[in-house]
Design a protein around this ligand. Structure first.
Ligand SMILES: [Zn+2]
Length: 333
């Protein structure tokens, strides 16, 4: 009897020991498994961080963020300048839509926003507000120039925000800013700014534009395309006090496609070939600008600096080879 009891006790001890060993092994296996999972987790996080800090990662993130606002000048009851057969608002819209379509088709990473895509009136400050709300990377305003008493003057120019260096430049800004007179409450909306008074333009003397070099660089790229690939007369890059550019918080340009007051140029501006050529020219300049931006983001090496570029350009053979000067900019009506 006592032998049986001692045998049972021995078996019981053996079983308890085996159970303890088994539990220990199980615990070790569980720990190994948890550690493996933890290691996998760490590797996964490291890959994610690595992807984010590589140039490819930066490129993808930044590229998806690129937004361009295209602003066809005038619209609705504001026709802009008038020619013999057309109005400025229609030319601006046609070129703007063709430019936007090009970007949408060829740059799926770019978001295109229009301030207007049909014949409607949009207040000047609303145009800038659309760009600011969208946190746009670029603002491109499209206009057509005019001269009341000169039907031979022609050519394209691109403008950035700045202090007009001549009366002629100031007149171009005055004409474009005069659109606010179509707004009933313009005196309150624009803090008493009178677009026709030279004194009002003193605000542009005190202003500091941190996007100036980028804007001037893009403007010079546009003019290069107008001259080389569009075969237009190059009227150069200039600065003046444009309200719409002042209110937009990003690099911004205002393109004057040509002179609606010149019958020959008006015909060109209204033709399918003409509007397509001009839109393509602006598109190519946009693409160069955007690629340069991406290179700057992806590389610390020195790239083209806007300040290195020559701003003033020369006229094409069509109008002689004289160097374009500020004084040659036409006085608007
Ligand atoms: Zn205009």
């Amino acid at each position: 009897m006592s032998e049986n009891i001692s045998q049972k006790t021995a078996i019981s001890r053996k079983l308890r020991y085996k159970t303890q060993v088994f539990n220990k092994k199980l615990l070790t296996l569980h720990q190994i498994s948890s550690m493996k999972q933890f290691k996998n987790y760490i590797v996964f996080i490291a890959i994610c961080i690595g992807f984010l800090i590589t140039p490819l990662g930066i490129d993808t993130i930044k590229a998806k963020d690129f937004t361009v606002v295209i602003d066809p000048g005038h619209g609705g009851h504001d026709p802009g300048a008038s020619g013999r057969i057309s109005k400025e608002k229609s030319i601006n819209l046609k070129v703007a839509l063709k430019l936007g379509k090009q970007i949408q088709q060829k740059c799926p990473d770019v978001k295109v926003i229009y301030t207007r895509s049909k014949d409607v009136f949009i207040p000047l400050d609303r145009r800038a507000e659309i760009a600011n709300n969208a946190k746009a990377d670029l603002f491109i305003s499209i206009h057509t120039n005019a001269l009341a008493n000169n039907r031979t003057f022609k050519g394209a120019s691109t403008w950035t925000l700045g202090l007009a260096k001549s009366d002629a430049n100031l007149e171009v800004a005055k004409r474009e800013n005069a659109v606010i007179l179509y707004e009933n409450d313009y005196k309150t909306r624009y803090a008493g700014f009178n677009p026709n008074s030279s004194e009002s333009y003193i605000i542009f003397e005190l202003m500091q534009d941190k996007y100036m070099s980028q804007s001037v660089h893009l403007a010079s790229l546009v003019q290069k395309q107008f001259k080389q690939s569009c075969q237009r007369i190059d009227r150069g890059v200039h600065q003046a006090g444009f309200l719409v550019l002042k209110a937009s918080a990003m690099p911004s340009i205002l393109v004057e496609l040509g002179f609606i007051s010149n019958p020959e140029e008006e015909k060109y501006l209204n033709s399918e070939a003409g509007s397509t050529t001009l839109a393509n020219g602006i598109y190519r300049a946009f693409l160069t600008y955007k690629k340069e931006q991406e290179i700057r983001l992806n590389s610390s090496s020195k790239t083209i600096q806007p300040s290195d570029l020559k701003i003033e350009s020369t006229e094409t053979a069509d109008s002689g080879s004289a160097t374009m000067t500020e004084e040659k900019i036409p006085i608007a009506p």
